[in-house]
Design a protein around this ligand. Structure first.
Ligand code: NAG
Ligand code: NAG
Ligand code: NAG
Ligand code: NAG
Ligand code: NAG
Ligand code: NAG
Ligand code: NAG
Ligand code: NAG
Ligand code: NAG
Length: 375
């Protein structure tokens, strides 16, 4: 139940504040769409162009349904992290080319802990506000397995989720004070639907779920049009039927193309609501010996596998997903498209409407904090 708070709080606090001032407060939402000159509503709820139109751009809050760039189509894939070459290290320069990169580093720092090819570490420091990577491709249903180790510190949350641009979301979350448990959750269009029971559940007391900090485990989100299944090491631990997620005749089941996101984030900090802090296992102890020894908290990812389950077969040449109208049912129709997902020129350099400056300002604020930490 605290995830909704987190959605609003995570990156938006860091990036959003500077974006607001730089953009003169051009916020976007369901009732106030973006204008023609800055047509794209970013995942943080601000209008712009260029990078604003890429991953996370909300078609329903943007100037027109096709203002956001089409979403790179799903591809069956096996991801390992022998190095960081498949990751866009600065989203400022991401141009939407999902052939060139598999992931974007949206915030924070990552390192490769094993030069002979093994582990991606997501870092949390007292000043970086957490780290998140997102897949460049989307899946419109699919099975995703992440082989990972979580944090083990109260207040530090490790997460592996799928998130659509209109905020359909499926979660695995790991509060760091409980390393033999995992939490599952799901959201429909950013809200916690009316539901007979709470969406979030905790699974644990499983013979095979040994300490998630010490040991790698495979966490799976198996998202099919009719069922949503969470698995650990191949064992089903939770299942939701789409038919059980109908509220007053409207399907509240996640149905829109989603990016895969992995993150480590600080929930146990003063700026988070008390309920979130308590859920996450209390305030973070920045004097923890693990932290002082390494200079950061971390979560490790060894591999991520994706199998696509598109409800229809992609036509030859399909490159992307686009939104169509179906607003009466609150369920947008999704279509394949052969339109390019790539901006005409690289990232912000292509942006003719002045949001380059906005992003530069926003990023400068965030990265100067990072710089201060590294110094
Ligand atoms: C939508 O954005 C407008 C303009 O910023 C704001 O006045 C309004 O309160 C927002 N509505 C909601 C529901 O947040
Ligand atoms: C990302 O690119 C922007 C624009 O050039 C730059 O200001 C910023 O310092 C870069 N960030 C990092 C972490 O290199
Ligand atoms: C995307 O990247 C690939 C690999 O680097 C390259 O071959 C292709 O030309 C790029 N596509 C566009 C439209 O820039
Ligand atoms: C580095 O990764 C490789 C491949 O996964 C593995 O065989 C090796 O044991 C790892 N080395 C260390 C020092 O962790
Ligand atoms: C991904 O698939 C490869 C090839 O089948 C397999 O070796 C690997 O263990 C899988 N990794 C995960 C995280 O499922
Ligand atoms: C594990 O078992 C204990 C003792 O029965 C119980 O209190 C706890 O709620 C269980 N945890 C989970 C996640 O099921
Ligand atoms: C479902 O319908 C009932 C009766 O009209 C109404 O009270 C309730 O608020 C509705 N729930 C939602 C989520 O729309
Ligand atoms: C429109 O939404 C309804 C209800 O969710 C769904 O059954 C139908 O398939 C959708 N139509 C299209 C064209 O996607
Ligand atoms: C997309 O498909 C249409 C119809 O087959 C074709 O005319 C068009 O050239 C294609 N566009 C691209 C970018 O491949």
């Amino acid at each position: 139940m605290f995830k909704h708070i987190q959605l609003l709080g995570f990156l938006s606090l860091a990036l959003g504040a500077s974006l607001v001032s730089a953009q003169g407060g051009q916020a976007c939402n369901a009732t106030t769409l973006c204008g023609a000159s800055a047509p794209c509503c970013s995942e943080y709820g601000f209008c712009g162009s260029g990078s604003f139109c890429l991953g996370g751009c909300n078609p329903l809050y943007s100037h027109a349904l096709d203002s956001c760039k089409p979403e790179p189509v799903c591809q069956d894939s096996v991801h390992t992290f022998p190095d960081l070459s498949r990751i866009v290290m600065n989203t400022t320069y991401y141009d939407g080319n999902a052939t060139e990169h598999d992931w974007t580093l949206d915030k924070g720092q990552i390192i490769n802990t094993n030069s002979s090819g093994g582990e991606l570490a997501l870092l949390l420091t007292e000043t970086n506000g957490g780290t998140r990577i997102s897949s460049t491709r989307y899946l419109h249903y699919g099975t995703v397995t992440a082989r990972m180790k979580t944090g083990r510190w109260g207040g530090v949350v490790t997460a592996f989720i799928t998130m659509s641009d209109i905020k359909d979301e499926i979660d695995w979350e790991f509060p760091g004070d409980a390393t033999t448990e995992g939490q599952t959750n799901w959201f429909w269009q950013g809200v916690i639907p009316e539901w007979p029971t709470t969406h979030g559940t905790t699974v644990g007391n499983l013979s095979y779920l040994t300490d998630t900090f010490q040991n790698y485990h495979d966490f799976t989100i198996d998202w099919q049009p009719d069922t949503l299944t969470w698995l650990i090491d191949g064992n089903i631990v939770r299942q939701l039927k789409a038919s059980d997620a109908v509220v007053n005749g409207t399907s509240n089941y996640p149905s829109t193309p989603s990016r895969i996101q992995l993150s480590i984030w600080p929930a146990g900090i003063a700026s988070e609501p008390a309920g979130t802090v308590s859920w996450a296992g209390g305030m973070i102890n920045w004097a923890d010996p693990d932290y002082t020894a390494a200079g950061h908290f971390y979560a490790l990812v060894q591999g991520i596998n994706v199998t696509c389950h598109d409800p229809a077969t992609a036509p030859v040449g399909a490159t992307s997903y686009v939104y169509g109208t179906n607003q009466s049912a609150f369920t947008p129709s999704i279509a394949f498209s052969n339109a390019s997902t790539v901006s005409a020129a690289r990232g912000l350099l292509a942006d003719a409407t002045g949001s380059f400056g906005v992003w530069t300002v926003a990023c400068a604020v965030v990265f100067s904090l990072v710089g201060a930490m590294l110094a």
